[in-house]
Design a protein around this ligand. Structure first.
Ligand SMILES: [Zn+2]
Length: 318
Protein backbone atom coordinates (compact mmCIF):
# COMPACT_ATOMS: atom_id res chain seq x y z
CA UNK A 1 0.00 0.00 0.00
CA UNK A 2 1.03 3.59 -0.54
CA UNK A 3 -0.45 6.94 0.40
CA UNK A 4 -2.48 6.76 -2.82
CA UNK A 5 -4.52 3.87 -1.44
CA UNK A 6 -7.95 4.06 0.12
CA UNK A 7 -8.14 1.71 3.07
CA UNK A 8 -11.35 0.49 4.65
CA UNK A 9 -11.09 -1.13 8.05
CA UNK A 10 -13.92 -3.60 8.64
CA UNK A 11 -13.05 -4.20 12.28
CA UNK A 12 -14.31 -1.97 15.07
CA UNK A 13 -12.15 0.42 17.02
CA UNK A 14 -13.48 -0.90 20.30
CA UNK A 15 -11.67 -3.42 22.43
CA UNK A 16 -10.64 -5.42 19.36
CA UNK A 17 -7.09 -4.22 18.70
CA UNK A 18 -7.51 -4.65 14.93
CA UNK A 19 -9.52 -1.44 14.87
CA UNK A 20 -7.00 1.07 16.21
CA UNK A 21 -3.88 -0.76 15.06
CA UNK A 22 -4.82 -0.66 11.41
CA UNK A 23 -6.28 2.83 11.59
CA UNK A 24 -3.01 4.14 12.97
CA UNK A 25 -0.95 2.18 10.45
CA UNK A 26 -2.92 3.54 7.51
CA UNK A 27 -2.70 7.07 8.92
CA UNK A 28 1.08 6.88 9.31
CA UNK A 29 1.29 5.66 5.72
CA UNK A 30 -0.79 8.62 4.58
CA UNK A 31 -3.48 6.47 2.95
CA UNK A 32 -7.10 7.61 3.06
CA UNK A 33 -8.68 5.79 5.99
CA UNK A 34 -12.31 4.68 6.16
CA UNK A 35 -12.85 3.42 9.72
CA UNK A 36 -16.04 1.62 8.83
CA UNK A 37 -16.18 -0.93 11.64
CA UNK A 38 -17.77 -4.36 11.66
CA UNK A 39 -20.84 -5.80 9.98
CA UNK A 40 -23.35 -4.18 7.57
CA UNK A 41 -21.93 -6.09 4.62
CA UNK A 42 -24.04 -4.39 1.92
CA UNK A 43 -23.10 -0.95 3.18
CA UNK A 44 -19.43 -1.96 3.28
CA UNK A 45 -19.66 -2.89 -0.40
CA UNK A 46 -21.40 0.39 -1.17
CA UNK A 47 -18.50 2.22 0.49
CA UNK A 48 -16.03 0.11 -1.50
CA UNK A 49 -17.65 1.42 -4.65
CA UNK A 50 -18.33 5.03 -3.63
CA UNK A 51 -14.92 5.74 -2.13
CA UNK A 52 -13.00 3.63 -4.67
CA UNK A 53 -11.53 1.57 -1.85
CA UNK A 54 -8.33 -0.22 -2.89
CA UNK A 55 -7.50 -2.11 0.30
CA UNK A 56 -9.35 -3.49 3.27
CA UNK A 57 -8.67 -5.34 6.48
CA UNK A 58 -11.01 -8.04 7.75
CA UNK A 59 -11.23 -11.34 9.50
CA UNK A 60 -11.19 -14.08 6.82
CA UNK A 61 -14.75 -15.21 7.49
CA UNK A 62 -15.90 -11.65 6.82
CA UNK A 63 -13.90 -11.68 3.59
CA UNK A 64 -15.94 -14.72 2.56
CA UNK A 65 -19.12 -12.97 3.67
CA UNK A 66 -18.29 -9.97 1.48
CA UNK A 67 -17.81 -12.31 -1.47
CA UNK A 68 -21.12 -14.01 -0.76
CA UNK A 69 -23.08 -10.75 -0.55
CA UNK A 70 -21.41 -9.52 -3.75
CA UNK A 71 -22.72 -12.61 -5.46
CA UNK A 72 -26.22 -12.18 -4.00
CA UNK A 73 -26.37 -8.54 -5.03
CA UNK A 74 -24.87 -9.08 -8.47
CA UNK A 75 -21.81 -6.91 -7.75
CA UNK A 76 -18.88 -7.91 -9.94
CA UNK A 77 -15.28 -7.55 -8.86
CA UNK A 78 -14.83 -5.33 -11.93
CA UNK A 79 -17.34 -2.90 -10.37
CA UNK A 80 -14.90 -2.38 -7.48
CA UNK A 81 -11.39 -0.95 -7.26
CA UNK A 82 -9.94 -3.40 -4.76
CA UNK A 83 -6.31 -4.48 -4.92
CA UNK A 84 -5.36 -5.76 -1.47
CA UNK A 85 -6.94 -7.50 1.49
CA UNK A 86 -5.23 -7.99 4.83
CA UNK A 87 -6.80 -10.89 6.66
CA UNK A 88 -6.11 -12.39 10.04
CA UNK A 89 -7.23 -13.06 13.63
CA UNK A 90 -8.65 -16.49 12.86
CA UNK A 91 -7.32 -19.57 11.12
CA UNK A 92 -7.93 -19.69 7.37
CA UNK A 93 -6.99 -22.15 4.68
CA UNK A 94 -5.06 -21.53 1.47
CA UNK A 95 -8.28 -22.35 -0.39
CA UNK A 96 -10.08 -19.56 1.52
CA UNK A 97 -7.40 -17.22 0.25
CA UNK A 98 -8.02 -18.37 -3.30
CA UNK A 99 -11.78 -17.94 -2.97
CA UNK A 100 -11.43 -14.40 -1.60
CA UNK A 101 -8.81 -13.45 -4.18
CA UNK A 102 -10.88 -14.79 -7.08
CA UNK A 103 -14.20 -13.37 -6.03
CA UNK A 104 -13.07 -9.95 -4.80
CA UNK A 105 -10.25 -9.42 -7.27
CA UNK A 106 -7.62 -8.82 -4.58
CA UNK A 107 -4.32 -10.16 -3.38
CA UNK A 108 -5.07 -11.44 0.12
CA UNK A 109 -2.29 -11.23 2.71
CA UNK A 110 -2.15 -13.10 5.96
CA UNK A 111 -1.17 -11.30 9.11
CA UNK A 112 -0.69 -12.47 12.65
CA UNK A 113 -0.93 -10.81 16.00
CA UNK A 114 -2.32 -11.01 19.48
CA UNK A 115 -3.65 -8.53 21.98
CA UNK A 116 -0.66 -9.07 24.27
CA UNK A 117 1.73 -8.00 21.48
CA UNK A 118 0.25 -4.72 20.18
CA UNK A 119 -2.64 -6.52 18.43
CA UNK A 120 -2.37 -7.39 14.76
CA UNK A 121 0.88 -6.75 12.96
CA UNK A 122 3.84 -8.54 14.62
CA UNK A 123 4.06 -10.49 11.37
CA UNK A 124 2.60 -10.17 7.90
CA UNK A 125 3.16 -11.57 4.44
CA UNK A 126 5.01 -9.62 1.76
CA UNK A 127 4.15 -9.69 -1.94
CA UNK A 128 5.58 -13.22 -2.17
CA UNK A 129 2.73 -14.55 0.04
CA UNK A 130 5.06 -17.25 1.27
CA UNK A 131 5.27 -17.07 5.04
CA UNK A 132 4.89 -14.12 7.38
CA UNK A 133 7.79 -11.75 8.01
CA UNK A 134 8.15 -11.12 11.72
CA UNK A 135 9.26 -7.62 12.64
CA UNK A 136 12.42 -9.08 14.07
CA UNK A 137 13.63 -5.75 15.43
CA UNK A 138 10.60 -5.70 17.73
CA UNK A 139 10.17 -9.37 18.56
CA UNK A 140 12.36 -12.35 19.25
CA UNK A 141 10.41 -15.47 18.26
CA UNK A 142 11.01 -19.10 19.21
CA UNK A 143 9.11 -22.29 18.49
CA UNK A 144 9.00 -24.86 21.26
CA UNK A 145 7.78 -28.37 21.80
CA UNK A 146 4.60 -27.66 23.77
CA UNK A 147 5.08 -30.77 25.92
CA UNK A 148 8.73 -30.39 26.92
CA UNK A 149 9.34 -26.67 26.36
CA UNK A 150 12.41 -27.55 24.30
CA UNK A 151 13.31 -25.07 21.51
CA UNK A 152 12.75 -26.65 18.12
CA UNK A 153 14.98 -26.22 15.06
CA UNK A 154 13.91 -24.08 12.08
CA UNK A 155 11.20 -25.70 10.01
CA UNK A 156 9.68 -27.82 12.77
CA UNK A 157 6.12 -27.27 13.92
CA UNK A 158 5.54 -26.30 17.51
CA UNK A 159 4.15 -23.56 19.70
CA UNK A 160 5.16 -20.00 18.89
CA UNK A 161 6.78 -18.15 21.80
CA UNK A 162 7.35 -14.40 21.61
CA UNK A 163 9.58 -11.96 23.44
CA UNK A 164 9.02 -8.24 22.89
CA UNK A 165 12.15 -6.12 22.59
CA UNK A 166 10.73 -2.61 22.88
CA UNK A 167 7.26 -2.97 24.30
CA UNK A 168 6.59 -0.77 27.32
CA UNK A 169 4.11 -1.16 30.18
CA UNK A 170 3.30 -4.78 29.39
CA UNK A 171 6.39 -6.37 27.89
CA UNK A 172 6.19 -10.05 27.16
CA UNK A 173 9.03 -12.43 27.86
CA UNK A 174 9.05 -15.90 26.29
CA UNK A 175 5.28 -15.66 26.11
CA UNK A 176 3.49 -18.79 24.92
CA UNK A 177 1.05 -17.79 22.19
CA UNK A 178 -0.81 -21.09 21.88
CA UNK A 179 -0.40 -20.84 18.08
CA UNK A 180 1.19 -23.64 16.11
CA UNK A 181 3.70 -22.76 13.40
CA UNK A 182 7.32 -23.19 12.30
CA UNK A 183 10.10 -20.58 12.03
CA UNK A 184 12.59 -19.95 9.26
CA UNK A 185 15.45 -17.55 8.66
CA UNK A 186 14.28 -15.25 5.88
CA UNK A 187 15.74 -15.82 2.44
CA UNK A 188 12.78 -14.08 0.88
CA UNK A 189 13.23 -12.61 -2.62
CA UNK A 190 11.70 -9.37 -1.29
CA UNK A 191 14.98 -8.76 0.53
CA UNK A 192 13.66 -8.60 4.07
CA UNK A 193 15.89 -10.32 6.62
CA UNK A 194 15.07 -11.70 10.05
CA UNK A 195 12.52 -14.37 10.84
CA UNK A 196 9.68 -15.79 8.79
CA UNK A 197 6.90 -17.85 10.33
CA UNK A 198 4.64 -20.28 8.48
CA UNK A 199 0.96 -19.53 8.36
CA UNK A 200 -0.67 -20.63 11.62
CA UNK A 201 -1.60 -24.30 11.43
CA UNK A 202 -3.91 -24.19 14.39
CA UNK A 203 -4.14 -23.32 18.03
CA UNK A 204 -3.01 -25.52 20.87
CA UNK A 205 -6.56 -25.46 22.14
CA UNK A 206 -7.99 -26.10 18.65
CA UNK A 207 -5.89 -29.16 18.13
CA UNK A 208 -7.64 -32.31 19.26
CA UNK A 209 -6.17 -35.75 19.59
CA UNK A 210 -8.66 -38.21 18.16
CA UNK A 211 -7.72 -41.88 18.14
CA UNK A 212 -4.09 -40.85 18.54
CA UNK A 213 -4.18 -38.51 15.55
CA UNK A 214 -3.61 -34.74 15.90
CA UNK A 215 -6.58 -33.09 14.24
CA UNK A 216 -6.45 -29.42 13.27
CA UNK A 217 -9.69 -27.75 12.10
CA UNK A 218 -7.66 -25.99 9.39
CA UNK A 219 -6.86 -29.30 7.68
CA UNK A 220 -10.52 -30.28 7.62
CA UNK A 221 -11.48 -26.83 6.34
CA UNK A 222 -9.01 -27.13 3.48
CA UNK A 223 -10.76 -30.29 2.27
CA UNK A 224 -14.23 -28.72 2.46
CA UNK A 225 -13.11 -25.66 0.52
CA UNK A 226 -11.33 -27.79 -2.06
CA UNK A 227 -14.77 -29.14 -2.93
CA UNK A 228 -16.36 -25.71 -3.23
CA UNK A 229 -18.28 -26.91 -6.28
CA UNK A 230 -20.32 -28.99 -3.79
CA UNK A 231 -20.26 -27.07 -0.53
CA UNK A 232 -20.95 -23.56 0.79
CA UNK A 233 -18.40 -21.80 3.03
CA UNK A 234 -20.32 -22.70 6.18
CA UNK A 235 -19.34 -25.81 8.08
CA UNK A 236 -19.12 -27.01 11.67
CA UNK A 237 -16.79 -29.68 12.96
CA UNK A 238 -18.07 -31.73 15.90
CA UNK A 239 -15.87 -33.71 18.25
CA UNK A 240 -18.10 -36.20 19.99
CA UNK A 241 -18.18 -39.74 21.25
CA UNK A 242 -19.68 -42.90 19.82
CA UNK A 243 -19.96 -45.26 22.76
CA UNK A 244 -16.66 -44.65 24.52
CA UNK A 245 -14.72 -43.82 21.39
CA UNK A 246 -13.91 -40.29 20.25
CA UNK A 247 -15.23 -39.41 16.83
CA UNK A 248 -15.28 -36.49 14.42
CA UNK A 249 -18.27 -35.47 12.36
CA UNK A 250 -18.32 -32.54 10.02
CA UNK A 251 -21.55 -30.78 9.19
CA UNK A 252 -21.49 -29.21 5.75
CA UNK A 253 -24.01 -27.46 3.55
CA UNK A 254 -24.37 -28.43 -0.09
CA UNK A 255 -25.08 -25.91 -2.79
CA UNK A 256 -28.45 -26.24 -4.58
CA UNK A 257 -28.82 -29.19 -6.96
CA UNK A 258 -25.73 -31.03 -5.72
CA UNK A 259 -25.95 -34.81 -5.38
CA UNK A 260 -25.73 -35.14 -1.58
CA UNK A 261 -24.61 -38.76 -1.56
CA UNK A 262 -21.78 -38.14 -3.99
CA UNK A 263 -20.71 -34.98 -2.16
CA UNK A 264 -20.63 -36.87 1.13
CA UNK A 265 -18.64 -39.77 -0.31
CA UNK A 266 -16.07 -37.56 -2.02
CA UNK A 267 -15.46 -35.44 1.07
CA UNK A 268 -15.18 -38.51 3.33
CA UNK A 269 -12.61 -39.99 0.98
CA UNK A 270 -10.54 -36.79 0.83
CA UNK A 271 -10.72 -36.35 4.60
CA UNK A 272 -9.52 -39.88 5.16
CA UNK A 273 -6.51 -39.22 2.94
CA UNK A 274 -5.75 -35.88 4.59
CA UNK A 275 -6.14 -36.90 8.23
CA UNK A 276 -5.83 -40.69 8.26
CA UNK A 277 -9.07 -40.71 10.25
CA UNK A 278 -12.55 -41.85 9.33
CA UNK A 279 -14.48 -38.59 9.54
CA UNK A 280 -18.23 -38.76 9.19
CA UNK A 281 -19.78 -36.19 6.86
CA UNK A 282 -23.35 -35.00 7.46
CA UNK A 283 -24.84 -33.00 4.63
CA UNK A 284 -27.32 -30.17 5.24
CA UNK A 285 -29.39 -28.08 2.86
CA UNK A 286 -28.04 -24.61 2.06
CA UNK A 287 -28.69 -22.02 4.78
CA UNK A 288 -29.57 -24.51 7.52
CA UNK A 289 -26.40 -24.56 9.64
CA UNK A 290 -26.20 -21.93 12.39
CA UNK A 291 -24.40 -18.65 11.51
CA UNK A 292 -22.55 -16.74 14.20
CA UNK A 293 -21.70 -13.05 14.19
CA UNK A 294 -18.01 -12.10 14.66
CA UNK A 295 -15.20 -14.61 14.63
CA UNK A 296 -16.41 -17.81 13.04
CA UNK A 297 -17.06 -20.80 15.30
CA UNK A 298 -15.66 -23.66 13.26
CA UNK A 299 -15.82 -26.52 15.71
CA UNK A 300 -17.52 -27.70 18.87
CA UNK A 301 -16.23 -30.22 21.35
CA UNK A 302 -19.24 -32.04 22.81
CA UNK A 303 -17.38 -35.09 24.03
CA UNK A 304 -18.80 -34.56 27.51
CA UNK A 305 -22.38 -34.43 26.21
CA UNK A 306 -24.12 -37.64 27.33
CA UNK A 307 -26.59 -37.70 24.42
CA UNK A 308 -23.74 -37.19 21.96
CA UNK A 309 -24.04 -35.96 18.40
CA UNK A 310 -27.66 -37.08 18.11
CA UNK A 311 -28.58 -34.93 21.09
CA UNK A 312 -26.79 -31.96 19.59
CA UNK A 313 -28.51 -32.49 16.25
CA UNK A 314 -31.91 -32.61 17.89
CA UNK A 315 -31.17 -29.45 19.86
CA UNK A 316 -29.98 -27.67 16.72
CA UNK A 317 -33.06 -28.66 14.70
CA UNK A 318 -35.40 -27.60 17.52
ZN1 LIG B 1 9.29 -11.26 1.69
Amino acid sequence: MTKKDVFQNTTSAGLFTGGFGYAQGATVLGALLIPFGAGMTSRQLEFFKTFKVTAFHAIPSFGLRLAQVMEEEGIKKEDLFLKYAILGAEGWAESTRKTIEDRLGVKAYDNWGMTEAYGPGPSIECQEQNGLHIWSDYFYPEVIDPETGEILPYGEDGELVMTSLYKEAIPIFRYRTGDITALHKSECPCGRTGFIMDRIKGRMDDMKIIKGVNVYPSIIEEEVFNLSNYFTDIYLIMYHTVGVMDAVTINVEVKPEVDKEKAKKDLEKNLREATMLGINVVVFDPGTLPRQPGKAVRYQDIRDRPDGYKGWLKMMKD
